[in-house]
Design a protein. Structure first.
Length: 218
């Protein structure tokens, strides 16, 4: 695939088939993602892979531990400003429209949110952790790693969804994967084959135009 086609083809997939993904495939994606740049080349990403029967056990463990947990970080600022707030609201509404879940169906929306915690049916996933010592510069390095990972997956015919929703379940995740205390959970990434029949996967999220986020300084 042309690079530009890969970039345009990647989108967040929120319904997967149960077609397995091999650890060899995931290793190939990690191998490419490991080429990502990082400030000082510190390479702060720490990755845990779930696949096959381990994934099945993990999903069961999550279901068995429904209690709220102390989030690993605040996913959004308290008072998210515009235009960011509107962008966030709009993509959520687009998703719920495709899922046919109206705003007043709180139970429906809550049940949908809970599907995050089953990786939307994906057979495999990675969790991305970072040492608690690290700050914003290293967190941005994680983003580069994740984007390279997701583009590599797209190029390999796989689908992904990055999921910071997992920041709400850091204890269950850390305990299951055996992450040491010095690591904190950033996000999960579901990996698998997109369910082409699921309307939610047709979501095409909007983007700000270049002049909304760029200033060519004169
Ligand atoms: C770090 C990160 C965390 C995300 N967390 C979630 C999540 O928890 N649940 C979800 O459904 N989508 C999640 N997303 C997907 C975003 O909503 C999505 O990237 C955005 O709406 C743009 O759509 P696109 O990925 O289809 O281009 C996340 C994306 C990123 C980059």
């Amino acid at each position: 695939m042309e690079f530009s086609d890969t970039v345009k083809k990647r989108s967040s997939i929120r319904a997967f088939t149960n077609t397995p993904v091999s650890n060899a495939q995931i290793t190939a994606l990690l191998d490419l993602a490991a080429q990502s740049p990082s400030g000082g080349n510190v390479q702060p990403w720490r990755i845990f892979v779930l696949n096959d029967d381990v994934m099945t056990r993990f999903k069961q463990t999550v279901q068995d531990n429904p209690s709220p947990e102390q989030p690993s970080y605040a996913i959004y600022p308290d008072q998210l400003k515009d235009p960011y707030r509107t962008a966030r609201f709009e993509v959520g509404e687009m998703m719920y429209t495709l899922l046919d879940i109206p705003r007043d169906d709180r139970a429906g929306r809550f049940a949908r949110l809970a599907e995050n915690y089953q990786f939307f049916g994906a057979p495999a996933a990675i969790f991305c952790f970072v040492d608690r010592q690290m700050g914003p510069p290293q967190w941005s390095d994680l983003g580069m790693f994740l984007q390279t990972f997701m583009l590599a997956a797209t190029d390999a015919g796989l689908a992904t969804c990055a999921q910071e929703a997992w920041a709400m379940k850091p204890e269950t995740v850390a305990r299951f994967v055996g992450a040491p205390d010095e690591l904190m959970l950033f996000c999960g990434v579901a990996v698998g084959q997109a369910d082409a029949t699921a309307p939610v996967n047709s979501l095409i999220s909007k983007r700000f135009s270049i002049d909304e986020f760029t200033t060519f300084v004169s």
